[in-house]
Design a protein. Structure first.
Length: 352
């Protein structure tokens, strides 16, 4: 009689432990590769976002600075006779400061008062009249400052436009509320203050002069006045008239902005000297261009590629030196954007 036997074969404990160890090593390798890939991808995504932010911020600045001064040619001799600064300004009607003075200046550069580490403020303004027509003449003398304007032509003036009335060098702004049809060759333009009884009906309201025949009415259209600065939360901020109360963030992760104007000091229409802070009483007949430097930053840190402690924001140029940014945290990555913007609308008389 024959008998048969079977032998059961399997993994020993040592073999199983070796297999698990090999598997863990393979999993560790895959995990390490994934972590490095994810980190690299995150950094690249942040760098792309940083580049987009910097390019967008510079584009927004270029768009407004390029238009600086447009529509203000006929306001160079304006003054507001009720508020300081009275010279080269017009009286403002908008709340909250209806008797404040608006400087008749295309562009002012000042130190950032909100964020000392943010560099400069850039204040820019220009007019955008409908159809490009910016000047017309008063037809009839008004009895009161609140009377409607009668004009020889209302071409280009539409409802909502900002207009500045000039009388004997005194200037005040109004907002057009309606442009009725022409009557007998004379246009009647209503404004937001029409029919408002002044405190003293025999005198101008808040220092405004009564419009008289042959006075000029300058149409600024959709008047733009903006102040750009870097806020405390690493954002390019913008506030606009009329209230200047609602600051808004327009681009994230912008940490520094520096600007200078190029001055023509020898009359050859070429900028040969570059100056930082531009005071209100600057000689704007010499201003040829503006150069702006921006620094954008990634949202996350990258300890593998630290940034140098100093970044060149404004490079050396004829008549101007280097302007640097001292990096507060080198663990972030930064990108510098720089541009020279010619000012096409700077046709100004010499200011003292």
């Amino acid at each position: 009689m024959m008998t048969s036997s079977s032998k059961q074969v399997g993994l020993s404990l040592i073999e199983m432990m070796i297999g698990i160890a090999v598997g863990l090593l393979a999993l560790l390798a895959v995990t390490t590769i994934y972590v490095k890939f994810h980190k690299s991808r995150t950094i690249e995504t942040n760098l792309m976002e940083t580049q987009s932010n910097g390019a967008m911020a510079l584009y927004l600045l270029e768009r407004d600075i390029d238009r600086a001064g447009y529509g203000f040619m006929n306001l160079q001799d304006c003054s507001c006779n009720t508020a300081a600064p009275s010279t080269f300004s017009f009286c403002e009607t908008f709340a909250p400061n209806p008797t404040s003075a608006v400087p008749v200046l295309p562009l002012v550069i000042s130190n950032n008062a909100v964020n000392a580490a943010g560099g400069d403020n850039i204040y820019v303004q220009y007019g955008a009249p409908n159809g490009g027509l910016s000047n017309t003449t008063v037809y009839n003398t008004n009895a009161l400052v609140t009377d409607d304007f009668t004009l020889k032509s209302a071409a280009g003036i539409v409802n909502g436009d900002i207009v500045v009335m000039k009388h004997a060098g005194h200037c005040a702004e109004y907002q057009v509320s309606a442009v009725p049809a022409v009557n007998g060759g004379v246009w009647t333009v209503k404004h937001a203050n029409s029919g408002v009884t002044p405190v003293n009906p025999t005198a101008a309201m808040a220092g405004y002069d009564v419009a008289t025949a042959e006075d000029q009415l300058v149409n600024l259209g959709q008047y733009v006045s903006k102040n750009f600065y870097v806020g405390a939360s690493a954002q390019l901020m913008q506030n606009t008239r009329p209230t200047y109360a609602n600051d808004s963030a327009v681009v994230d992760n912008i940490v520094y902005m520096k600007a200078e104007v190029g001055l023509d000091t020898d009359g050859d229409h070429v900028a040969d000297t570059w100056q930082g802070v531009v005071p209100v009483n600057a000689d704007y007949s010499k201003v040829m261009a503006v150069r702006v430097g921006l620094v954008s930053r990634t949202q996350v840190k990258d300890s593998d590629s630290p940034t140098p402690a100093t970044l060149e924001v404004l490079p050396a140029i004829t008549g101007g030196g280097v302007q640097n940014y001292n990096v507060p945290d080198t663990k972030y990555r930064y990108k510098v954007y720089y541009s020279i913007i010619p000012l096409r609308n700077m046709i100004w008389n010499q200011l003292p």
